[in-house]
Design a protein around this ligand. Structure first.
Ligand code: ADE
Length: 233
């Protein structure tokens, strides 16, 4: 069983419309859609925005739906300067950029006592996502598909200086609000995961406007990667 998470309606609605629905159930105010997508058993869910929602959602997928892998699909703000709106970042790993226990002697992003900042995505899922991205490009999409670090925090980033700080401090490719929580929850449960994000904005001073303008188009790009991946899983 494959768990597929998006944070918002726009990030799951196309997948939902393609899903051959078998069962719908509700837990923790989240609706889980179980069924077949591209012939594969999946459970699709909107987690809601932010790290806590994403972590709770992932744990429910593990406990109640016995998923054996998790794919997150959605949009993000670009942190790497070579990325434009619409481009895709496939996670190599994820870090929570808003975790700070430095006064206790930990690195920025490092979770106290867990001695861990990075949650590493699954190599097989990364390869599948990369192949799916290449297919999209072959079919005429004028986008870049890169692998890189996904940064998560309970903050919408809309500030050039913060973007520079994120790049310098963590070497991130994009900023969003859920991926590292999914990564941490998957790590705790020993499950493979990958985060797929299409850029809706550049996390700068115009991020709020760009986000509203391009969110839907970006979400659709990420959706197409997931659908293509499912053919080969
Ligand atoms: N999701 C999309 N754009 C984002 C941004 N700029 N910051 C955080 N999450 C985002």
């Amino acid at each position: 069983m494959i768990g597929i998470i998006g944070a918002m309606d726009v990030e799951i609605e196309l997948l939902k419309s393609d899903l051959d629905l078998e069962k719908k159930s509700e837990r923790a105010q989240m609706v889980f859609y179980q069924g077949k997508l591209k012939g594969k058993e999946v459970v699709l869910v909107k987690s809601g925005i932010g790290k806590v929602n994403a972590a709770v959602c992932t744990q429910i997928l593990v406990d109640d739906f016995s998923v054996d892998k998790v794919i997150f699909t959605g949009v993000a703000g670009a942190v790497d300067k070579k990325l434009d709106v619409g481009d895709i970042v496939i996670s190599t790993d994820t870090i929570q950029h808003d975790v700070n226990s430095t006064v206790m002697g930990y690195e920025l992003g490092e979770i106290a006592e867990m001695n861990k900042a990075k949650f590493i995505a699954d190599q097989t899922l990364i390869s599948l996502a990369k192949d799916a991205g290449e297919k999209l490009i072959e079919e005429g999409a004028t986008i870049k598909v890169v692998t890189g670090r996904v940064l998560s925090g309970d903050q919408f980033i809309a500030d050039d200086e913060k973007v520079e700080w994120l790049k310098e401090t963590f070497g991130g490719y994009c900023a969003e609000m859920e991926g590292a929580a999914v990564g941490q929850a998957c790590f705790l449960n020993d499950l493979p995961f990958v985060i797929i994000r299409s850029m809706s904005d550049k996390a700068d001073g115009s991020a709020d406007v760009d986000y509203s303008t391009f969110m839907e188009k970006a979400a659709n790009r990420s959706y197409r990667i997931v659908e293509e991946m499912l053919d080969h899983i």
